[in-house]
Design a protein. Structure first.
Ligand SMILES: [Fe+2]
Length: 332
């Protein structure tokens, strides 16, 4: 072991997902979706939609623009010292990091932030101090579970899973929670789940076995938010159906984190997984395992149709000729 390795600080437990920035031309639909279907606290301020889940002034921010995708993910870092280490690691790997401007910080609801382009071209941002709000939350859900484990997780499909995983492992010291193999439309998917803290996973990375293909248009396949009660989840499910949003997978339970959830298509195309009661990882006794299939029951594709299948197949084939961006070559 080299001296550098010996003195390496472990940042596990120091990072959590803090906000998501989305760019969309469908702000009115997002307002209805996030407020009336999901049940978040949502306010429209000019050309920006601001979603709250808790005392943070901003958790989901949707700006008007043509991307129709996630524009950035923000990670809250425990303290300034840990942030410095992250910035140093990025610099050592040759990743360009920009300090955010005051206007950008205000948009995100943080005091200051730093930004780099992460794997698959997804901007990844880091901050220490969120702006809090004591305005009462006006929302249909009784609450969301955020706190020290962050606001949920994202799942990303990748043609370069080693580089994607390496980014989280080498910059934030993410740990592997477990793996799932899942058969889907005749393909085998390998999904690896990474945790940044006690939340079972903050990032899941899925790839096709053998020839790597990416059938998903958006940078993330889904973003998960965790509601406080089972009733919050079932009521959100009913509201999504009543308001005509597409349920991509009905209520079910995952094999690995045991979360009960459903998946609904957002106005920008990526899915929202609305979940309840995932297990937390006990670092002392945790053993990574390989699970067969993502669900013990349910999660049936309710509104997938032939059009979806064909579009995804066409994207998968087109993805073969494009190179997926990666900020550095990982050691793993
Ligand atoms: Fe998920």
């Amino acid at each position: 072991m080299t001296k550098a390795n010996k003195t390496r600080t472990d940042l596990f437990g120091k990072a959590r997902m803090g906000y998501a920035l989305v760019e969309s031309l469908k702000l009115e639909d997002w307002l209805r979706f996030a407020r009336d279907a999901l049940g978040m606290d949502v306010q429209m301020q000019g050309d920006t939609l601001i979603g709250r889940l808790d005392q943070h002034a901003r958790r989901l921010v949707i700006s008007r623009g043509p991307l129709e995708d996630v524009a950035a993910l923000g990670y809250e870092i425990e303290d300034q010292a840990s942030l410095e280490i992250i910035l140093q690691r990025l610099q050592q790997k040759g990743v360009e990091v920009e300090a955010g401007e005051a206007r950008g910080a205000a948009l995100r609801g943080v005091e200051q932030y730093w930004r780099c382009i992460g794997p698959k071209g997804l901007p990844i941002e880091f901050y220490v101090t969120p702006i809090l709000s004591d305005a009462p939350l006006s929302m249909l859900a009784s609450g969301y579970v955020t706190d020290s484990a962050g606001m949920g997780h994202v799942a990303i499909t990748s043609r370069r899973p080693e580089a994607m995983l390496g980014f989280w492992q080498e910059i934030l010291d993410a740990r592997v929670s477990d793996d799932i193999e899942q058969r889907m439309s005749g393909l085998m998917l390998d999904i690896r789940f990474l945790r940044l803290n006690e939340r079972h996973h903050s990032v899941a990375v899925a790839c096709t076995r053998g020839r790597r293909m990416d059938p998903i248009r958006t940078r993330i396949q889904h973003m998960n938010i965790q509601c406080a009660t089972l009733e919050d989840m079932t009521a959100a499910y009913q509201r999504c159906r009543q308001l005509g949003y597409r349920i991509m997978m009905g209520v079910g339970q995952h094999t690995n984190d045991r979360e009960l959830s459903f998946y609904v298509e957002s106005p920008s195309g990526f899915e929202i997984e609305y979940g309840w009661a995932p297990i937390a990882v006990d670092e002392e006794n945790w053993q990574p395992t390989l699970h067969q299939g993502i669900s013990t029951w349910g999660h049936k594709p309710l509104e997938h149709n032939l059009g979806d299948e064909l579009r995804q197949a066409a994207r998968a084939i087109r993805s073969l000729i494009r190179r997926e961006y990666t900020p550095f070559d990982p050691k793993h």
